[in-house]
Ligand binder design. Structure first.
Ligand code: SIN
Length: 325
């Protein structure tokens, strides 16, 4: 087997973070540059040739449309560059699921693209970033990785972008998947896939275009129509409802959202619960709503924004993208 040539696009996060003192609880994400990082990783003896590029060096709460655009453009180029076999993106864990899903929806699955992060800064006791990085390289260099879309490696688990979410604030095993818990188990020396690749046609679902602002409306018991209206006063083109239970909301709020759907906004019902399906119900047809199915609010928001950007605001057409696996 030839040595995989892996392009590493660095965006910051805790994997590049430092506290300045191994015992400190607080730290700054995005402190170590990619050249230094790859130099440190070189002692591990990972069987790959790395090229690094710094896209940003920030906490992932600040990842914005311009960084998404740059990442997309760089990976799109790499997909067509014969000197690159795979791409790793180092990323803060807080919003990794949003970046991974956006890239998954807008890139072909011809070459492996793997997002990786860490929960502890590089100078902390028990830094998890180097093992995660070695695991990510193992996945990115694997001949069976193409055709699985964008993957997220955290701990010794490999998750698909569509399934993954951050589920813990501090634990090193902070990520979970739904409905597939994970798609492989990995260590630096071994990789076990749980099934065959599922992205066989190698095309992207949607075009990457400038994204409109899509708010998430957080529902709570007794929420009033006035509270909902205030948050939607600028008439967004798309709205994701972080509903209670199976995407439910008080009736006065529902009536506000029906008005937004009637003026052409794409209104998507997701759930504020940890996981589970939000399926279409008969009322959705009349209300003009879409059900988020397995997608939680942050990822439903990414898909809603992309659909609107691609001119897909018809609820029935939009529903098909939420139904996909
Ligand atoms: C971040 O998301 O940038 C900070 C938290 C982390 O990377 O774990």
């Amino acid at each position: 087997m030839t040595t995989p040539r892996i392009l590493v696009l660095a965006t910051g996060g805790t994997i590049a973070g430092q506290a300045g003192d191994a015992m400190r609880a607080d730290y700054r994400p995005g402190q170590i540059g990619i050249e230094t990082y790859l130099e440190q990783a070189s002692v591990l003896g990972i069987a790959a040739e790395f090229t690094g590029r710094q896209i940003a060096n920030i906490g992932s709460e600040d990842i914005d449309a311009s960084i998404w655009s740059r990442l997309h453009a760089e990976i799109d180029l790499a997909m067509r560059d014969d000197s690159v076999d795979a791409v790793i993106v180092t990323h803060g864990t807080d919003t990794a699921e949003e970046t991974a899903f956006l890239l998954d929806l807008t890139l072909p699955s011809t070459k492996p693209v793997v997002l990786v992060g860490a929960m502890r800064p590089a100078d902390a006791v028990g830094y998890d970033g180097m093992r995660n990085f070695a695991n990510a390289a193992r996945v990115a260099g694997d001949a069976e990785a193409p055709g699985r879309g964008v993957l997220v490696v955290m701990g010794d688990r490999v998750h698909s972008a569509r399934d993954v979410r951050k589920a813990e604030t501090r634990a090193t095993e902070a990520f979970r998947g739904f409905p597939r818990e994970s798609v492989a188990i990995v260590t630096p020396s071994r990789l076990d896939w749980f099934g065959a690749p599922w992205r066989v046609d190698d095309t992207a679902s949607l075009r990457f275009l400038p994204l409109p602002e899509v708010p998430i409306l957080a529902i709570y018991a007794g929420m009033s129509a006035a509270a909902a209206s205030r948050q939607l006063s600028d008439d967004p083109a798309g709205i994701v409802v972080s509903g209670v239970g199976e995407g439910n909301m008080p009736d006065p709020v529902r009536q506000v959202l029906v008005q937004h759907a009637r003026r052409g906004a794409l209104v998507v019902r997701a759930s504020r619960t940890d996981q589970g399906l939000v399926d279409p119900v008969p009322d959705d047809l009349e209300d003009g709503f879409v059900a988020a199915r397995a997608l939680g609010p942050p990822k439903a928001r990414v898909l809603t924004a992309l659909l609107v950007a691609n001119g897909i605001s018809d609820p029935a057409k939009a529903q098909r993208y939420f139904d996909e696996r």
